[in-house]
Design a protein around this ligand. Sequence first.
Ligand code: PLP
Length: 369
Amino acid sequence: MTGKELDYIAQSVASGHISGNGPFTKKCQVYLEKKFGAKKVLLTTSCTAALEIAAVLCNVGPGDEIIMPSFTFVSTANAFLLRGARPVFVDINEDTLNINADLIEDRITEKTKVIAPIHYAGVACDMDKVLEIARRYSLIVIEDAAQAVCAKYKGRYLGTIADLGTYSFHESKNFNCGEGGALVINDERFIKRAETIAEKGTNRGEFRRGEVDKYTWVDIGSSYLPSDILAAYLYAQLEQMERIMTIREAIYCYYSKHLSPLSEKGLLRLPRVPSWSQQNYHMFYVLLPTQELRDKLIGDLKRNGILAVFHYVPLHTSPVGRKLGYSDGDFPVTENLSKRLLRLPLYNDLKEFEQEKVLKVISDVLSKC
Ligand SMILES: *Cc1c(COP(=O)(O)O)cnc(C)c1O
């Protein structure tokens, strides 16, 4: 917590409006719209929910194909699978672990409707290339910017660049309210329908604004609005966005500085950030030379009381991926890097002596190589 969370929650409860679309929800939405230059931001119960709304907005269904990396969280794929559409995976770029934009065009068929890149670790995809391909084939682009809140591509905030963007405010992300998310709408034609879908398929938004005299069922939809109590917590975090970023930057840079000698010796690889990307210090990961070494390091860290985790099991090698017809070997870069990746602890109140402990275990393990 950054300070004002409980105060704002108390205010929310006192206001009497603790369901969705209350005063704190509006504050969060306006804050994000202004700061990021987004046409419309709608708070949701999660990034997963925002992706589900996005999938409905794209009108995809059985027979349609959605291009995305296999190296992502399940929600990117599930949102479309729930509509009956098929995720079509593409390998990642060795440098950023983002979708390899040079491989997208080969995967486009007459069934392709959407490209859904994710900005892994808050480091931007090559958006110019993705958008150029999308324009040529008339495809919708959804940025899964779950990890990329407040990060930029060539000076523009991630999530605001494509037709639609999605953010996560899950507790594991930079700015959080436990569980939460947002849909960023950059193409105006989606705004009204997005509100309807998030309001359980009713035109309650128009009713609230006095545009209609009763509200009714007008579309498909679900319950996607977070309680205003959660928005109150989130608003306290958003107000501290710059401070949180500064803290995370310092932690990131400390790891980076102290691991660079090991990196120069070729014992591990540090994250690479292209010049177009202004990252948000969401994550610090290292790539070890082998999976064996990665797994040994996880064990040694654990024995020292340090939780370090890896992700993702590539979606194409998961049980659902196999059912979709994928198999091992389909995306070699994804498979190789995901086996060697390790995330180091990075949270706002991580102390320098704790980082030193992490660094010591890493150098002890790698010095024996
Ligand atoms: C965290 C994450 C999500 C899911 O976010 P929730 O808010 O937990 O639903 C989706 N996509 C990516 C890339 C993520 O990192």
